[in-house]
Design a protein. Structure first.
Length: 468
């Protein structure tokens, strides 16, 4: 499927831009298009709490090799198949496969997909697309390696009430844990009624009075945290997936792997206070927090304490299992890029860490030819770096579970798809005008997997009729 996204005509690259190869080896006129891949979510196990199902399992991931882009999922017992959309390249696939160059690319991906099979577990292609973007030679996507994109994980920092060797649970500290709601740093209480009214108007009359400032005991906090843990036992499939990637990397003739985790790996928002300073910066690399201030030390203590707790080698059984999954990913041979998102935005500060399982995070992946990858919150007004509203909403949903399953909660919190598409298209035009367009855009953030071709064109202002 192809979507048309309109942008300001003044931002489009000139029609007579230098010609480039399309990947087929022949010169073609410039085309304003790219492939848009949203890698969805890897979380949920369908466990029940409070008498009903919580989070339907999703095991989405993305693969890119050369100009081929695959949206995939890792299926196993209890993981439902995602409904397949119309295949963007259904009519062209056989033609591409007959060409040696394209056949080689698909064979490499097929070998990896086959290696991911492990008993009842297997990788399934939800959708595929071939990048037709006209690119300069220097931007031709790499055919020597396969990119593996992992989306949001939202791993919990706490999996049990006790049993930790390190971190706030072990020491009894309340460092950054929500103890009152709203928290002292939430200086916009007008959002309290607006939150429920905007996303759950039917529940608002019953919920708004409950959102008055309250004290949160440790027992109440843990009960709410358990209900808010969307990752659940997804580490089991993640560990198996990582082991199969290791198996592929060890095969003779295997392509080099490049693992890209798209951010929101460990969730440092849910159940925790906001430890960053609000900022109005809207650039691609805005400042979250001034490291020169005393708050930087507090933020570092906060990040270290809760990440140590999340990855405690001597912690509860589920925490240890989660750590083993992360260890397998970090030890994967090949290249690795770790991005940060909004729920782990503190990693964008470059704060020091003595934990080898927390590699330094980047804002974007933009040094690989033909590919631009980011978490996806850059164009989200509520969740971009420095914006406090997304965290406030997260805290509100944590406090009031009835909001979690209300219609419109996710859309209100994460924004609409049109905004995400426009943000990607505008960044494509920004790069294209500098003769460095990308052909493949990759993100996560929305938790909703999607793969489509995007055509970028000018919006047309409606004619203004003269007043009579």
């Amino acid at each position: 499927m192809t979507r048309f996204v309109s942008v300001d005509p003044a931002t489009l690259p000139p029609a007579n831009a230098p010609a480039a190869t399309s990947g087929s080896g022949r010169l073609e006129p410039p085309l304003h298009n790219f492939v848009y891949l949203d890698c969805g979510l890897w979380a949920g196990s369908g466990d029940t709490d409070n008498g009903g199902p919580l989070y339907v399992p999703q095991r989405n991931f993305g693969l890119v090799h050369g100009r081929w882009v695959l949206l995939c999922e890792y299926l196993g017992p209890g993981v439902p198949e995602t409904e397949r959309p119309d295949d963007p390249d259904r009519g062209h696939f056989d033609d591409y496969f007959r060409r040696d160059r394209h056949a080689e690319g698909m064979r490499a991906l097929s070998e990896l997909l086959e290696t991911l099979r492990d008993g009842p577990h297997r990788a399934r292609v939800i959708a595929r697309a071939y990048c037709h973007t006209v690119l300069p030679a220097a931007q031709e996507p790499n055919r020597d390696k396969i990119y593996v994109f992992l989306p949001d994980l939202h791993m919990p920092v706490v999996t049990a009430k006790t049993g930790y060797a390190t971190g706030p649970v072990a020491t009894g500290e309340a460092l950054g844990r929500i103890q009152t709601y709203p928290s002292p740093e939430d200086d916009h209480p007008y959002l309290l009624p607006a939150l429920a009214t905007a996303i759950a108007p039917g529940l608002a009359p019953a919920i708004v009075p409950d959102l008055a400032p309250v004290q949160v005991t440790l027992e109440a906090w843990y009960r709410k945290y358990r209900a808010a843990d969307i990752f659940q036992t997804a580490h089991e499939d993640l560990h198996r997936f990582a082991r199969r990637l290791h198996a592929y990397a060890g095969r003779p003739g295997a392509r080099r792997l490049h693992l890209v985790q798209l951010g929101d790996m460990i969730d440092l928002w849910v159940g925790l206070r906001r430890m960053f300073v609000p900022s109005d910066a809207r650039g691609l690399f805005p400042t979250i927090l001034d490291p020169a201030t005393a708050a930087a030390l507090t933020t570092w203590r906060f990040v270290k304490a809760w990440t140590d707790c999340a990855l405690d080698a001597a912690g509860p059984a589920r925490t240890r299992a989660l750590r083993r999954a992360v260890e397998a990913l970090v030890a994967l041979p090949g290249d690795q890029t770790w991005l940060y998102g909004n729920h782990d935005c503190y990693f964008g500060l470059g704060l020091p860490s003595d934990n080898r399982l927390l590699p330094r995070r980047k804002r974007v992946l933009d040094r690989e030819p033909g590919i631009f990858a980011e978490h996806g919150h850059r164009t989200d007004p509520s969740n971009r770096d420095g914006a406090p509203n997304g965290h406030f909403v997260t805290a509100g949903v944590f406090m009031e579970p009835r909001l979690r399953h209300a219609d419109g909660t996710v859309a209100w919190a994460l924004g609409d798809r049109a905004t995400r598409l426009r943000g990607a298209a505008e960044h494509w035009t920004h790069k294209a005008r500098r003769n460095a367009p990308f052909g493949i855009y990759v993100m996560a953030h929305t938790h909703e997997p999607m793969l489509e071709h995007i055509e970028v064109g000018p919006y047309v202002r409606p004619p203004v009729r003269a007043m009579r």
